[in-house]
Design a protein around this ligand. Structure first.
Ligand SMILES: Cc1cc2nc3c(=O)[nH]c(=O)nc-3n(C[C@H](O)[C@H](O)[C@H](O)COP(=O)(O)O)c2cc1C
Length: 381
């Protein structure tokens, strides 16, 4: 199987599975507990049908949207994800370059493996910086200042990871940073030597968003300990309100699921929210973002930008979310499997397929611009 044989999410996933050592594949593919929410995130799109219109003159399609003050050439952006250089040695460099070609937004994770400054300098396209809230308020201020100086366009505070999710696949393989693999996990690495060669022949693994502030080297601090010891489970609305004021720019909360929280986010001055359950990796049994979208858009859609991510695998999923009122849609595994399968070329192919699908689907729906999509186009089963 080659990259050119990949025509959809499942093909990329299959190729990624062949190329990656098992523990890494399962880190990407896995989710919390019984992974019910992970599955439901995609299935939820199936209870909604598109109702097309015909004979509307659809030769040229404009896919651009303005969201969080940024112009995106297509309504899909890459959600922030951790550790990308573990998946492919090009890591964030590959994803950011592919995203720039498609004129959309790239979310840099706090647990990213390439620095936000380097990525900012390399591309002009919008950059969001995903941030976690630390116990040390001075550290929060320093990291925000650094992001400001780097020229980050959107601050994205993740609020659904106050503690780590129960990812049982990772417990079984022993996946952690630094690596502490079980024997079975080590064997999985041994049978994928190409990945190992790439890993050791490229630049040393780093977490540049954190390295300056936290000693993650030599096993001093694992990512698990970073979550339990450094992040602040007492984070409150007034803490976040202070951050929003300090940032005084585009500020969005990632991981909002309830109408009450969406209202609160608008009240404290957030300019946007991402309805998200972290791709099912945190609270299993939580509702799918798509199922929660309409009520949140109805409550706050006239005041702030409502985005969503989780389970998006198809252009039609994007059209359904936009028709309900989302301003843009984030993808995670949709670009991570292509990254693992083939680096930048893989991510470009995936985003290209997504853009082609959305264009085709818009034509079939009888719409020439995103603003023409509405709830009139939808029926629920
Ligand atoms: C491997 C992996 C790592 C992730 N790392 C982060 C992260 O560092 N910060 C964050 O806010 N979300 C992270 N996420 C969640 C994504 O931003 C996004 O919410 C999720 O992947 C969307 O679901 P999808 O993968 O079904 O598209 C991660 C997701 C995956 C799959």
């Amino acid at each position: 199987m080659r990259l050119r044989d990949c025509h959809n999410f499942h093909d990329f996933r299959t190729l990624a599975r062949r190329r990656l050592p098992g523990p890494i594949f399962n880190y990407i593919d896995g989710a919390a507990d019984d992974e019910v929410t992970y599955r439901r995130n995609t299935v939820s799109f199936e209870r909604c049908d598109l109702v097309p219109n015909i004979l509307r003159g659809v030769e040229t399609i404009d896919l651009s949207v303005i969201v969080l003050g940024q112009k995106l050439e297509m309504p899909v952006y890459c959600s922030p994800t951790a550790l990308q250089r573990l998946f492919h040695h090009q890591g964030e460099r590959a994803v950011a370059a592919a995203v720039a070609k498609f004129g959309t937004m790239f979310g840099v994770s706090s647990l990213g493996t390439v620095s936000l400054e380097e990525l900012r300098k390399a591309h002009k396209t919008p950059q969001a910086y995903q941030f976690y809230f630390h116990k040390d308020r001075g550290l929060n201020r320093a990291m925000m200042q650094r992001a400001k100086e780097a020229g980050v366009d959107v601050m994205m505070l993740t609020v659904d990871s106050i503690t780590g999710g129960n990812r049982e696949r990772d417990l079984r393989t022993g996946f952690s940073i630094p690596f502490r693999l079980t024997l079975g996990g080590m064997l999985q690495f041994a049978i994928k030597p190409l990945w190992g060669i790439n890993y050791v022949t490229h630049e040393r693994f780093k977490l540049p968003q954190l390295d300056e502030h936290v000693d993650m080297s030599g096993g001093a601090m694992s990512i698990g300990r970073y979550f339990t010891e450094m992040l602040d489970p007492s984070m409150s609305w007034s803490d976040v309100a202070e951050m929003v004021r300090a940032w005084s720019g585009q500020f969005c909360l990632k991981g909002v699921m309830s109408v009450a929280d969406a209202r609160r986010a608008a009240e404290i001055g957030c300019t946007g929210i991402v309805i998200s359950n972290h791709g099912g990796r945190q609270l299993d049994g939580s509702r799918a973002p798509f199922d929660q979208l309409a009520e949140i858009v109805d409550a706050v859609g006239d005041r702030i930008d409502v985005l969503m991510d989780g389970g998006v695998q198809r252009g039609t999923h994007v059209l359904k979310a936009l028709s309900l009122g989302a301003k843009a849609v984030g993808v995670g595994r949709f670009y991570l499997f292509p990254l693992a399968a083939a680096g930048q070329a893989g991510v470009e192919r995936a985003l290209g397929l997504m853009r082609t699908e959305i264009e085709r689907d818009m034509k079939l729906m009888g719409c020439t611009s995103i603003s023409q999509l509405s709830r009139d186009n939808l029926r629920f089963r």
